[in-house]
Ligand binder design. Structure first.
Ligand code: FAD
Ligand code: NAD
Length: 478
């Protein structure tokens, strides 16, 4: 007799494990199938995000930012530390420990919530049966009333630049080098390219980013993207737009990269090459054809706003469905689906989705860009405030960037917030909350912000939309 669950989640990343925990909280008998084997050769929960994505990249960004600050900024602050040196294996080891502790924490939460972790690979069969093949190849079938597919995504590979040893790597490989390469080429100046490019540049590598598009960060508000491009170039990231990579060849432990730009074809040799050209949904062989779950030509599962597929009782969440590939987007979908299964009302507000690039300065935004509003014909007004005029940023010695807010000229609602600057990821939260509450710019202008804080820049940006910022000269309003 097959075991019967209320919910089986296939995939234990930030979408799947959160769905499982919420389902268990709501009293549903829940299991989660997860096949990940980590660096230590052990089964692990947490998916891409915890094992090779959000968390390890942020651990290395933190270490390397402090390294750079100690090297270049401590003396300005009146601190003399002598020669600052790197211990890369220790840095990588710390990153691995952070990952181990957090993934172990999810396993603990599963136990506390009574969730069965079915270790191995899951496949959705007809009639919502789930086939689980464990790591020794043993197959078992489970019955469930509801299935949540959360099998995530994997890096896109380019056939012209095949991965090779630890020389041509994807984002996961670029988290593990134990010595600083002299030169690193990154294909793709997107989010991963900029974050991991920053990690290795800070450690001393010469970093070149080859980007096919002619626009830098096209999804980011233009004024913020322009400031970011200028700032990253000043830091030493060599970002080459409109550049098409033709191929790569590993010769004597180095990699020769051939590419084409407006000046013609070129070849350049690097110590390492990172391929960071996007990710694709990982949906290969997740559903048997008899399960009849519809997918599009890119493999994404077709879902409605409630993440329901075409088959009643089968849901799909996270990177395997439409929308941005972000951990928090998947987690919120997981919560929503678990609540819907438990008979509650639930939804995800896709219009208010925070985005962050964790470089220094950080780039963070929510809502519409000025360009989007212009093309939609919305009557809007912009307010902005530079960190150079913020007392706290000045005291920190970290004044690059600005806060830009956009309001609806008619009803004064906040339509978007775009930040480049220190702690932009944390500062963004108040705009996200404001938009969630349908707040107006006047609401933000009325809110008392502690002095001196970086968040005062948001307050001043809101005031500036009305031409009444205190610490900058206001532009004349029409
Ligand atoms: P995943 O995290 O990919 O998890 C899917 C899980 O399903 C995996 O564990 C996989 O082993 C398992 N699985 C797949 N098939 C099966 C099967 N058949 N049976 C059993 N298990 C299966 N996002 C952010 O929001 N913030 C960031 O800072 C950020 N940084 C990133 C940095 C890097 C370097 C990378 C690569 C990504 C980053 N992301 C970030 C993106 C984020 O990691 C993903 O959007 C997120 O992990 C998606 O969650 P998910 O649960 O849908 O899928
Ligand atoms: P991305 O889409 O952000 O960037 C990929 C870049 O590669 C694009 O600019 C694209 O134009 C370029 N490109 C594609 N093919 C190319 C080619 N042949 N030659 C040169 N350039 C090429 O993707 P990513 O950086 O790989 O990140 C993948 C996903 O992971 C993103 O969708 C993102 O949502 C997520 N992620 C998020 C964070 C974060 O939230 N901080 C961090 C890392 C990753």
């Amino acid at each position: 007799m097959a075991e019967v669950y209320d919910v089986i989640v296939v995939g234990g990343g930030p979408a799947g494990y959160v769905a499982a925990i919420r389902a268990a909280q709501l009293g549903l008998k829940t299991a989660c199938v997860e096949k990940w084997i980590n660096k230590e050769d052990k089964p692990a929960l947490g998916g891409t995000c915890l094992n090779v994505g959000c968390i390890p990249s942020k651990a290395l960004l933190e270490s390397t930012e402090l390294y750079e600050t100690a090297q270049h900024n401590f003396s300005d602050l009146g601190i003399n530390v002598g020669e600052v040196t790197l211990d890369v294996p220790k840095m990588i080891g710390r990153k691995d420990k952070v990952v181990q502790e957090l993934t172990g924490g999810i396993a603990m939460l599963f136990k506390q919530n009574g969730i069965d972790w079915l270790q191995g690979s899951g496949k959705v069969l007809a009639d919502k049966q789930i086939e689980v093949t464990n790591h020794k190849g043993k197959v078992k079938i489970y019955d469930t009333d509801n299935v949540i597919i959360a099998t995530g995504s994997v890096p896109i590979n380019l056939s012209a630049t095949p991965l090779q040893e630890d020389i041509v790597v994807d984002s996961a490989g670029a988290l593990n080098w134990e010595a600083v390469p002299k030169s690193v080429c990154v294909i793709g100046a997107g989010v991963i390219g900029l974050e991991l490019g920053s990690v290795w540049r800070r450690m001393g590598s010469e970093v070149v980013l080859l980007e096919a598009q002619d626009t830098f960060l096209p999804m980011v508000d233009k004024a913020v993207a322009k400031e970011a491009q200028k700032t990253f170039a000043k830091q030493g990231l060599d970002i080459r737009l409109n550049t098409r990579v033709m191929g790569s060849k590993v010769v004597r432990k180095k990699v020769k990269v051939s590419f084409q730009d407006a000046d013609g074809e070129h070849e350049q040799t690097f110590d390492k090459l990172i391929v960071a050209v996007g990710r694709r949904a990982f949906t290969d062989d997740v559903c048997a054809p008899e399960a009849n779950v519809q997918q599009d030509e890119r493999g994404l599962f077709h879902v409605n706003d409630h993440c329901e597929t075409n088959v009643p009782g089968i849901y799909a969440i996270g990177d395997v469905v439409r929308g941005p590939m972000l951990a928090h987007k998947g987690s919120e979908e997981g919560v929503m689906v678990a609540e819907l299964i438990a008979g509650k009302n639930s939804s995800v507000n896709y219009a208010v989705m925070p985005n962050v690039i964790y470089t220094h300065p950080e780039v963070a935004w929510v809502g519409k860009t000025e360009e989007e509003l212009k093309s939609e014909g919305v009557d809007y007004q912009v307010g902005s405030f530079p960190f150079a005029a913020s007392g706290r940023a000045k005291a920190k010695g970290d004044t690059t960037g600005m806060v830009k807010v956009i309001r609806d000229k008619g009803d004064d609602r906040l339509l978007g917030a775009h930040i480049i600057g220190p702690s932009a990821s944390e500062l963004l939260a108040q705009s996200v909350l404001a938009m969630e509450f349908d707040a107006t710019i006047e609401d933000i202008a009325h809110t008392i912000h502690a002095h001196p804080t970086l968040s005062e820049a948001m307050h001043e940006a809101a005031l500036s939309a009305d031409g009444r910022a205190i610490h900058i000269a206001n532009r004349k309003r029409k």
